[in-house]
Write a protein that binds this ligand. Structure first.
Ligand code: AHR
Length: 513
């Protein structure tokens, strides 16, 4: 059994939980939109074609904000193709995913869905093939109350009220050579500065996200942020980060320590942003938008169809089945640690979007004309979104460690915690990265009088299976949360035994001591 000890002090807090870190992402990619959130004719579809079964799961997941419409897709997208009578909308080739986009779903449909799902919209603009003009026109169409050509066109298209979109991404992964309209940092920095300026002239209340590095391994990571923020610091409110992790070449130890990479990535971007703040003599701090993150098996698994393979065969499909990763127990543990990293950095990470919401590397799966179900990674997100309320607590954690090829040694037990004074609850989110060993975790809660345990659940390898176990349409609840029995609390001390390779939540009643 490995050991870890965590000390919590009521007075040592990071800041309030930013609700926008429980964001997600809907891209026009594969079956995320079509047969994901939207499938007219499905037995569960409402009068607008939104799948009610999927909507229910989105609400249960506890998503706060949804980024739309891409992703790589947005860098070749004309937003005007997705408005007006559906029958007159053009079918177009989408070069990013080598598919045919019907445009049956566009801004109005997404805004209607977002209202039903009770999520905030985070809209991305195309800075790949388009620029300043299309960006400011989209803001006018979406947010201006009326009395101009574009705002009246929105009304004519069925939305009398403006959509009131506050959050805007200035392009997507513009540092990536794979991006349609890929740019150098200099080219992108100037374009983003001018697009942002023009968008703010239309609606000064919007919040803007500059496109940062696509991952920490990019050769331009660091210098990209430096140049881009050099141009945009005054105009934007956030800089973006993207990261995907996978178990590769049998190196499960490094995969389990993916949160270490996320910590380093976040700390690096904060340092660069703060250096620009100092050298540019700016007073405001720039915060971070981790607007794409997840586990993604970019190396094909058996039976997968990768976008590159479809492209190589020269095929063009309408919403093909691509990158529908099935997530196992190990993936859920990693997702729990990535959420811990985001939460621990909640004073600077203001927004985060797991990518993507349905079918495409997603916590929710659905079948055309069939059912919808939760993947293993659904659970850490759902419970943290539900219970991480109030203040983020600054933890002092010491844990036995394990070796990894990529990140040196890392803690076996990874944790984050929040204190909701209003409800009188401390919630702890714990991961045991030990593949074979249970972990004994002792938590000292200073400054609190502790009461009963109000929630204790664990996600672990289901009995009789292995760490690769997943859910699927036939086994929708195979991997899920079960009661965690090994929890005791007395006189300010909590004691938890975590099974090998597990993610757990423990919530207890507290009052100020
Ligand atoms: O989420 C899938 C893709 O990953 C997005 O389109 C892109 O931004 C990223 O590379």
């Amino acid at each position: 059994m490995s050991r870890a000890s965590i000390t919590i002090d009521r007075d040592f807090t990071v800041g309030p939980v930013p609700r926008r870190i429980f964001g997600n992402f809907v891209e026009h990619m594969g079956r995320c939109v079509y047969t994901g959130i939207y499938e007219p004719g499905h037995p569960e579809a409402d009068e607008n074609g939104y799948r009610r079964d999927v909507l229910d799961l989105v609400k249960e997941l506890g998503v706060s904000v949804v980024r739309y419409p891409g992703g790589n897709f947005v860098s070749g997208y004309n937003w005007e193709d997705g408005i007006g009578p559906v029958e007159s909308r053009p079918r177009r080739l989408d070069g990013a995913w080598h598919t045919v986009e019907t445009n049956a779903f566009g801004l109005h449909e997404f805004a209607g869905w977002a209202k039903k799902a009770n999520v905030e919209i985070m809209e991305a603009i195309n800075l790949g093939t388009r620029g300043v003009d299309a960006a400011r026109e989209l803001v006018e169409y979406a947010n201006h109350p009326g009395g101009t050509y574009l705002s009246d066109l929105r009304k004519k298209n069925g939305s009398a009220d403006p959509f009131g979109i506050k959050l805007w991404c200035l392009g997507n992964e513009m540092d990536g050579p794979w991006q349609i309209g890929h740019k150098t940092a200099e080219e992108y920095g100037r374009l983003a500065q001018e697009a942002g300026k023009a968008m703010r002239l239309v609606d000064p209340s919007i919040e803007l996200v500059a496109s940062g590095s696509s991952n920490r391994g990019m050769p331009t990571f660091g210098s990209w942020e430096q140049t881009v923020l050099g141009h945009t610091y005054d105009v934007v409110d956030y800089v973006s980060l993207h990261a995907y992790y996978e178990e590769k070449d049998g190196d499960v130890a490094s995969f389990l320590a993916s949160g270490v990479d996320m910590d380093l990535f976040i700390d690096g971007v904060i340092s660069t942003a703060d250096a620009i703040r100092a050298s540019g003599k700016h007073s405001k701090y720039l915060n971070l938008s981790f607007d794409e993150w997840n586990v993604w098996y970019q190396t094909a698994r058996e039976g997968d169809d990768l976008p590159e393979a479809i492209e190589a065969r020269g095929e063009w499909h309408v919403h093909p089945r691509i990158i529908e990763d099935e997530y196992n127990v190990t993936d859920a543990v990693v997702v729990g640690t990535l959420l811990n990293s985001l939460l621990r950095h909640g004073d600077r990470v203001s927004i985060a979007n797991q990518a993507q919401l349905v079918n495409v590397i997603a916590p929710i799966r659905s079948e055309e004309n069939g059912s919808a179900w939760r993947q293993s990674i659904f659970w850490p997100f759902a419970r943290m979104s539900e219970l991480a309320r109030g203040e983020i607590l600054r933890l002092a954690t010491t844990s036995d460690r394990f070796d990894t090829a990529k990140y040196g040694d890392a803690d076996l037990v990874d944790a984050s915690a929040t204190w909701d004074e209003e409800r009188g609850r401390v919630a702890l989110f714990l991961a045991n990265r030990g593949l074979d060993e249970a972990a004994d975790v002792a938590v000292a809660l200073r400054g609190f009088d502790t009461g009963r345990v109000t929630r204790a659940e664990v996600l672990q390898i289901p009995e009789g299976t292995d760490r690769f176990t997943t859910n699927d349409e036939q086994h929708q609840d195979r991997v899920g949360l079960i009661p965690l029995n090994d929890v005791t609390v007395e006189a300010g001390a909590l004691h938890v035994t975590l099974p090998a390779l597990s993610w757990a939540v423990v919530e207890i009643e507290v009052t100020k001591a």
